[in-house]
Ligand binder design. Sequence first.
Ligand code: GYE
Length: 307
Amino acid sequence: ALFAAGLLALSHSALAITVGFSQVGSESGWRTAFSEDMKAEAQKRGIDLKFSDGQQKQENQIRAVRGFIAQGVDAIIIAPVVETGWTPVLREAKRAHIPVIILDRNIKASNNLYVTRIASNFEEEGEKVGNWLMNKTGGKCNIVELQGTVGATAAIDRAKGFREAIAKYPGAKIIRSQTADFTRAKGKEVMESFLKAEDPKQICALFSHNDEMALGAIQAIKEAGLKPGKDLLVVSVDGVPDYFKAMADGDANITVELNPHLGAPAYDVVEKVLKGEGKDIPKLISTTGDVFGQDTAAAEYAKRRQQ
Ligand code: GYE
């Protein structure tokens, strides 16, 4: 029986698909939800997942991908921190005949170096936030902006979409803008510096490129003796449970939801490609999320905290 069990384990591991996944890091609640989803979905499907956390450094990610190639994994998934600099390592994967799938942020590389990219439309998210804010303020608003990681698509495109939405309103101005690397700690720190550099009464709204930085900024706004969500509007992107709580408490105004459940669509692509059915997969599989506000925040928080 022991021998049979051993054989079974052997055949199982020999049959299992091995996937290497290079993740950006764990900078935000959205990111950790995404990592959890990748792990849970792999387990569900019996996929042997090799997970690597790049700690927001591209060189760590490139090293991880080279490691996956050396191990001879069946497929590689990359959630890239920044857009540029991927071509050499993607060429190495191609030479080793290992298919690569890109999740979330974009890369600047020839599209024959990867199968597909599965992502949300970040420009549209920025636009949705901008439209809501212009509607709310009648187009008159001094805005401070917390940007995401420099060189990351989520930062570049959210900034762009937001600017497009406010461009037609001469009374809307971005008076301060700085990166806080998508983290809560830096969000707090940079917001503190904004509040010192400007007369806080002159700031109408904070646009944060993600909820995590907004949550840090809310802390800073409170410590400065102001009411976030009232004295100063707070608008953001992601839809993490903590931010729904902040909206329910009146500390934040809106967010655009970003789906962290990328595991199922990503492994669907992997399985298709490995069966030789990858020919007609489009180069971009795109989704977009809805705007959520204070009215539904308590109910949404109750739903999401259990997940
Ligand atoms: O909004 C943020 C994260 O790349 C879209 O990265 C993603 C962003 C997300 O850490 O929370």
